[in-house]
Design a binder for this molecule. Structure first.
Ligand SMILES: *[C@@H]1O[C@H](CO)[C@@H](O)[C@H](O)[C@H]1NC(C)=O
Ligand SMILES: *[C@@H]1O[C@H](CO)[C@@H](O)[C@H](O)[C@H]1NC(C)=O
Ligand SMILES: *[C@@H]1O[C@H](CO)[C@@H](O)[C@H](O)[C@H]1NC(C)=O
Length: 613
């Protein structure tokens, strides 16, 4: 009995085991036959997502035909409204410098404003050429997202063989070129790389990719990829073949391969089956193409797969490739260039990594603020600004818009840097551009612009000026200012009394024996009535300008004090030389120190210094 019972138990078990095994087999087969297409789709999907993110992050390089990417709209102007009168009739040398700086700044700004983000700009305004100001460098890469257009009839096709004059050939091809824009005038720019996929219409009757160079209007020998992998004995480029293989319409290997591949897998054959791909471009099919600059040549990948490599030809340096042109039968959706050379290492390359919404300035909720903080900065101080954004600008008083802080930046002589500044200003919303050409002797103009913004735009009670290497304890600055009787004029900072000017260099301009009483530049606060006085005197062209902005401020406050008494508040806690414990402000702080100090303030609750650089 027992034995029978056992058998009765095991029989259905055996049956279910076989059933389970069969289900697994079917699933395995299904999985095997769909694995490749799924993997391909997933890879492509993530590629487009990444591009979407990048184009969003780099609004000026991005170009969208159908769906326009709108840049972050500022609630308030990003350009200082301080009215520079064209006729700086002031007598001093500095007024003349300021006048020049203003005139050239105006020109610079107009240039920058002309670089727009509009959808068809690449085609219409840039005439299909994107400028790469400093060319390319090793491992620079340019990614283009586009869709080839459907073939059209051409009666005198240059790439096909015309049999009959009247018979049109169907052509779909496009050209992507790296050009040397800085070449001789009256000559077409050299084509440093001419990349020409011919989807339809090539004389061979098959889709091909031609690559070539053209120098002094002379074409070189074309490198044609016709879908056969370069021979093993042929020269490679950084270890990559010049041409990859793709499936030809007239070989049915893929069908055969699809039919046998999973069987091979099933039987556990170790033989590696080469994976074949179709020609990388098709009419109406989106592609993501990346050209990167290697050691020995350019490498082109499409949808993540290597397609061609083109060895550098003599006569061209990577820096010469200053333009990317795309024309022919293609709709370009976006272009993204990265790892481009720049002469400012603290600048552009890292910028798109830092474009995170949490560092954006909050919108200004209303005027009549208690405190406005103007931070003196310069175009190429991106790292410094980022450190301020990530440290004390995260203070809850600033995040809640009870205190507003803005960077004041003037224009750089180089257009590409100004474009970056504008982009940064649009993204973070915390930069005010003072539209004059930046000049070391003219920082004083930024101070005036801070006063103007503080009274006109945000109507703050107190206006603080600091530098982009100043760490500010926002709450303590406010509570110090509150100590002063309401309605009284205030000038607070680390005061210098009876300082004697050095009689050399740029300080010779000061003719008196002594400087007026002045607060050190890295951090001082004035009340709005003083700012009002400064701005109106400036606009009436009565304001005396002096190269040192802090001494200038001392001079203006002294002038103001002669008609209305100012309370001078001196504190060593507005530290000039670096950092002291229990500081209100600390100066000369590197980006790393900034974040470290903010960390200590947050986690230890104490204003401590960080002594690394
Ligand atoms: C600004 O300059 C113009 C001349 O260019 C002059 O007519 C005008 O009065 C000036 N404005 C002020 C406020 O001084
Ligand atoms: C390839 O296969 C298709 C059908 O699958 C057939 O019509 C065609 O003739 C084949 N071509 C060659 C060259 O075998
Ligand atoms: C400000 O004005 C008051 C009164 O007019 C004077 O006593 C004081 O010395 C002035 N302060 C400075 C720093 O000039």
């Amino acid at each position: 009995m027992k034995k029978v019972k056992l058998e009765l138990f095991t029989l259905p078990n055996r049956l279910t085991l076989i059933q389970i095994f069969m289900v697994i087999m079917i699933l395995y087969m299904l999985f095997m036959s769909f694995e490749i297409p799924l993997a391909f789709k997933a890879g492509f999907g993530s590629e487009t997502v990444a591009i979407g993110f990048l184009t969003d992050a780099m609004p000026l390089l991005a170009e969208q035909n159908h769906q326009k990417i709108l840049p972050f709209k500022l609630p308030l102007t990003k350009v200082s409204t301080l009215s520079f009168n064209k006729s700086f009739e002031g007598v001093s040398e500095l007024h003349k410098v300021a006048k020049h700086a203003y005139i050239s700044g105006k020109k610079l700004w107009e240039e920058v404003e002309s670089v727009s983000v509009s959808g068809f700009e690449f085609k219409e305004k840039l005439k299909g050429v994107m400028v790469l100001p400093c060319g390319l460098t090793l491992w620079s890469h340019v990614t283009v997202v586009g869709t080839p257009r459907w073939a059209h009839g051409e009666s005198d096709s240059k790439i096909g063989v015309v049999k009959d004059r009247d018979e049109a050939v169907m052509v779909s091809q496009f050209m992507m070129e790296l050009q040397g824009l800085k070449a001789v005038d009256n000559e077409e720019p050299p084509r440093i790389l001419h990349f020409n996929p011919r989807i339809k219409g090539d004389w061979s009757g098959k889709p091909v990719i031609e690559q070539n160079t053209c120098y002094r209007m002379q074409w070189g020998t074309a490198l044609r990829c016709e879908g056969w992998k370069s021979r093993a004995d042929e020269e490679t480029v950084d270890g990559q073949v010049k041409c990859e293989k793709w499936i030809h319409d007239d070989d049915n290997r893929s069908e055969e391969w699809k039919a046998t591949w999973w069987l091979n897998r099933l039987m556990g054959r170790k033989k590696v089956v080469p994976i074949d791909w179709p020609y990388p471009f098709a009419e109406g099919k989106l592609f993501v193409l990346t050209i990167s600059a290697g050691l020995e040549g350019y490498h082109v990948t499409v949808d993540g797969r290597h397609v061609t490599s083109f060895p550098y030809r003599t006569g061209f340096a990577l820096e010469d490739a200053t333009g990317l042109s795309i024309n022919g039968d293609v709709d370009v959706h976006s272009i993204y260039a990265a790892s481009l050379p720049t002469s400012h290492p603290s600048f552009a390359p890292q910028m798109h990594l830092e474009l995170l919404p949490q560092w954006k300035a909050p919108p200004i909720l209303g005027v009549n603020l208690e405190l406005f903080i103007g931070i003196l900065s310069a175009g190429n101080h991106f790292a410094e600004r980022m450190a301020v954004r990530k440290s004390w600008m995260q203070h809850k008083l600033i995040k809640s818009s009870h205190v507003v802080a803005r960077f004041f930046v003037a224009l750089h002589g180089r257009k590409d840097i100004n474009v970056e500044i504008k982009k940064e200003a649009e993204y973070f919303g915390d930069i005010i551009i003072v539209p004059y050409m930046d000049h070391y002797d003219l920082v004083v103009l930024k101070t005036i612009a801070i006063c103007e913004y503080g009274i006109r735009t945000v109507a703050a009670k107190y206006i603080m000026k600091c530098d982009d290497d100043t760490f500010v304890r926002v709450d303590y600055v406010i509570s110090e200012a509150r100590q002063v009787q309401s309605g009284k004029s205030l000038y607070m900072g680390n005061m210098n009394y009876h300082h004697k000017p050095f009689r050399s260099g740029k300080w010779t301009e000061w003719v008196e024996d002594e400087y007026p009483t002045y607060a050190n530049g890295p951090g001082y606060i004035i009340s709005s009535d003083i700012a009002q006085f400064i701005v109106s005197e400036f606009e009436r062209q009565k304001l005396k300008l002096f190269k040192m902005e802090d001494v200038s401020m001392g001079m203006w406050v002294e002038q103001f004090n002669s008609s209305r008494e100012v309370e001078y508040v001196h504190s060593l806690k507005f530290c000039q030389f670096g950092c002291i414990e229990d500081y209100y402000t600390a100066h000369y702080q590197s980006p790393r120190q900034m974040t470290c100090m903010w960390d200590k303030l947050q986690h230890q609750g104490k204003p401590l210094c960080c002594n690394m650089r």
